[in-house]
Design a protein around this ligand. Sequence first.
Ligand SMILES: [Mg+2]
Length: 273
Amino acid sequence: MADVLFLKEDSLERLKQCKLFILDIDGTFYLSGKPFDGSKRFVDTLESQDKKLVFLTNNSNRTIESYIEEFAKFGFNLSKDQILTAGVATAQYLFEEFGPKRVYVVGTDDIKKEFERAGLIVVEDDPEIVVVTFDKTLTYEKLKKASVYISKGAIFVVSNPDLNCPSADGPLPDAGAIASAIRKATGRYPNITFGKPEPRLIEIIMKYNNVKPSETCMIGDRLYTDILAGIQAGTLTVLVLTGEATKEEAMKSPLKPGIVAQDIGVIADLLKE
Ligand SMILES: [Mg+2]
């Protein structure tokens, strides 16, 4: 098959043994809210084979509910435990680790709600923690406040390291790019950075689903986030070519995915063979 390359010997056998598939969203499942041709085939195949599907995105500006509503429009009924975002995971981790601290969030109103829901106190002044997320409502005032609080000693947290988010118009500045302006302004590096390629979020999903790394497949379009996260968590990895990475980059990269596929529909076909 011309649409697929196996870069590791046992990848096809491993794929068939997988019980849990963790899927990136942007550039993997859809682009700018429009699912790829193979996406429905992939979801239907997993369902017919009784395999679990969980979406994992580094996105940090949306609520879980907004994804559930969006996916319902495509005809996919997602449950709450089928999606984890870096923004929500950051909120939950900060509460578990530090308790009900005062947090200044560089972020949308949606994500501020998730921080409050996790038990943190979202404030405008005198925070103990500053969290930088993918903020499409960013202003100079927010950059200024974040920089001043961090320079005064607040813990500097970044929800995800992505420099840009792919869109139909081109790359949009993401949390990593916003954090880098604050880092340059203050001379301080982030204390904690969440999201892929940290394996933590994959580990949380595997634990929740009671599935081992050898039975898990991480699928995404970026080598240095999706694929690296999967490698670090010990799962099978699949790179799809519907987003950022090209086949040439995959061949040259030291981060070797187990499988390179044109799109997730190809993975559905392999599972059905
Ligand atoms: Mg992606």
